[in-house]
Design a protein around this ligand. Structure first.
Ligand SMILES: [Fe+2]
Length: 304
């Protein structure tokens, strides 16, 4: 892949890793630890990633062990690549286990350096909240999970904190909001029942602000939409891929893993590249041109 343009923040957007503390298979069919490792290996050669984001359902069981497994793998990857790391809880996460290992989710700062946190106790009823500055962008994580529920909601307290954050110190290149339940329609009846309940309230806070992009997950499939004129990008799941063409009132998913590489330019322009992990048994290579052949095609057919 081409390197990011100068001044652009390149984000590796992962979602729905659904790791288990005991290595149990997700839905009885997918080794999510192996799926995560294959995604990370796939993106190892993508240049210039400055921020890694996990937009919720980090864990399947909420156990500290599952978060430690994520931290080891994604944190290790981010450190090696000199990238910041930010995570937010989803409906499968448990705030207690999440906080125990990932604190407020802002784990690594710019350059992959650990973020220092004061140990502060929050009961699980209090949404996880975090913000940090990475490459001149304000990164805000908004916890849309509702304890005991699958649907999402931005609480009044979180809306107020977001409003305050956006009205606060000027971020030179705007804000990136990370949340689990995207403020977009859902592809199936099941996901519709589990969708974000108050997207209008979020839209009211985002409208006219310096938010450049909203990154979400939850639907286990890539979608692009907008909220109050701001792009909303839903990352494909690491755990599986929702069958969006199936019957609306049924639910199925394929074994498949993906991610987004999101470039956020200095002027706020956003460019997203969806990735999936090919499986050698099911995804044969269509073609490959070596660099010399590519150069000759460019010489013959490119603009001179
Ligand atoms: Fe999920």
């Amino acid at each position: 892949m081409q390197p990011p343009a100068a001044g652009t923040l390149r984000v590796l957007h992962l979602s729905d890793t659904h790791l288990t503390g005991d290595g149990a298979l997700h839905q009885g069919s997918v080794d999510t630890t192996a799926a995560l490792e294959s995604v990370l290996a796939r993106v190892d050669g993508v240049p210039g990633i400055g921020l890694v984001v996990i937009s919720g359902d980090v864990s399947e069981d909420g156990s500290p062990e599952s978060y430690a497994a994520v931290l080891e793998r994604v944190g290790g990857w981010a450190e090696r690549h000199g990238a910041a790391l930010v995570a937010v809880p989803g409906n499968h996460d448990l705030r207690e286990g999440f906080r125990q290992v990932l604190s407020n989710g802002h784990v690594l700062g710019e350059g992959g350096r650990p973020v220092m946190h004061t140990m502060e106790y929050h009961p699980p009823t209090v949404p996880v909240w975090g913000q940090s500055l990475v490459a001149g962008r304000r990164i805000v994580t908004v916890d849309t999970s509702v304890p005991g529920a699958g649907y999402g909601e931005v609480s009044e307290a979180s809306l107020e904190r977001l409003r305050t954050a956006l009205a606060g110190d000027h971020a030179p290149h705007g804000t990136i909001v990370v949340l689990h339940h995207p403020p977009l329609p859902a592809p199936t009846a099941l996901h519709e029942a589990l969708r974000l309940q108050n997207p209008e309230a979020l839209a009211d806070v985002v409208r006219g602000s310096d938010v450049r992009v909203v990154l979400g997950g939850h639907y286990h499939h890539h979608f692009a939409g907008s909220l109050a004129g701001v792009p909303v990008l839903v990352a494909p799941g690491v755990a599986n891929d929702t069958d969006v063409t199936g019957a609306y009132d049924e639910e199925s998913a394929y074994v498949d893993s993906g991610a987004l590489v999101v470039d956020v330019a200095e002027d706020g322009s956003v460019w997203s590249t969806p990735l999936r992990v090919p499986r050698p048994d099911a995804d044969p290579l269509a073609f490959h041109l070596d660099a010399e052949t590519v150069a000759s095609v460019i010489a013959a057919a490119g603009k001179h």
